[in-house]
Design a protein around this ligand. Structure first.
Ligand SMILES: NC(=O)C1=CN([C@@H]2O[C@H](COP(=O)(O)OP(=O)(O)OC[C@H]3O[C@@H](n4cnc5c(N)ncnc54)[C@H](OP(=O)(O)O)[C@@H]3O)[C@@H](O)[C@H]2O)C=CC1
Ligand SMILES: O=C(O)C1=N[C@H](C(=O)O)C[C@H](O)C1
Length: 248
């Protein structure tokens, strides 16, 4: 049995994760913590893996504590840039048997969408991303969109792709979206939505649209449990659930 603690347990994703862990035959939910609770409850309960679905402004403190106490972490919270990842790598160097998984999206379909988009991007002159989410989301663009843009930009750099054409010389602020590593990312916030993304690719006479939709938060749970099961045997920092999937 893997002893699991959940941070952000009263939130939308944390509550769903508690249910999934309780239902998993090989996991035991030993701690559910939220805002104001003491992290020491995790060690007292013997947690071996912590799942973090909190907020970008608190997740780094949570992870520093987990690494210091040798507790593996599976992280869905967004807000990770290169600087934060470098900080985690250096903290993990001091705790070589501890593992941290940062997964911008735990949905298997979303992971595939990101991989397909990166594969397709060098074949098209143009590519832009539209992410669509529920209006209670606090960060923009989404972690998934940022990660997709980075994967696409890496693939295009590797293939020697030309810069994406765009003749815009005048624009209202935000009209062309955010620039993430040279890729335009547009955000929609709409009641009724959960988490959705389109990657639009275009060239002479054709377009390709790759779209993924999470219609319920249960869509993330298979990926969360995969992370929980694998992180104990994967020391160091892993970025992206694709590393725990056989995609070759
Ligand atoms: N990787 C993935 O697949 C997914 C990632 N996410 C990401 O997960 C994060 C959480 O999303 P969501 O569940 O929708 O957000 P919610 O706001 O519903 O939940 C966050 C919870 O964390 C609590 N919290 C805040 N600070 C702390 C703290 N220091 N310790 C413990 N708990 C704390 C919040 O309490 P309070 O409200 O009082 O602040 C709240 O209960 C976001 O960054 C989101 O983008 C979401 C879906 C999927
Ligand atoms: O806040 C959300 O809801 C989601 N957050 C993650 C993100 O920012 O990419 C994952 C998913 O899109 C849902």
């Amino acid at each position: 049995m893997i002893k699991v603690g959940v941070l952000g347990a009263k939130g939308k994703m944390g509550a769903q994760t508690c249910l999934a862990v309780e239902e998993a035959a090989d996991c035991e939910l030993v701690a559910r913590l939220d805002q104001g609770d003491e992290l020491d409850e995790l060690t007292a309960a013997g947690a071996e893996v912590v799942v973090d679905f909190t907020r970008p402004e608190v997740v780094m403190d949570n992870l520093a504590w987990c690494i210091e106490h040798g507790i593996n972490a599976v992280v869905g919270t967004t807000g990770f840039d290169e600087e934060r990842l470098a900080t985690l790598r250096s903290q993990l160097a001091g705790s070589p048997s501890t593992g941290v998984l940062i997964a911008p999206n735990f949905s298997i379909g979303a992971v595939l969408m990101m991989q397909f988009a990166a594969k397709a991007a060098p074949y098209y002159e143009s590519v832009e991303i539209v992410e669509l989410h529920h209006p209670d989301k606090v960060d923009a663009p989404s972690g998934t969109a940022r990660r997709t843009a980075e994967l696409i930009a890496d693939a295009r750099r590797e293939a020697g792709s030309k810069p994406i054409p765009d003749a815009t010389t005048t624009a209202l602020d935000g009209a062309r979206g955010a620039d993430v590593d040279g890729i335009r990312v547009h955000g929609v916030r709409l009641r009724g939505l959960i988490a959705h993304q389109e990657v639009l690719l275009g060239d002479e006479g054709e377009t390709l649209t790759i779209r993924h939709d999470s219609m319920a938060r249960t869509s993330f749970m298979a990926g969360v449990l995969l992370g929980v099961r694998r992180i104990g045997s994967t020391p160091g920092l892993t970025v992206g659930l694709e590393h725990f999937m056989d995609l070759s």
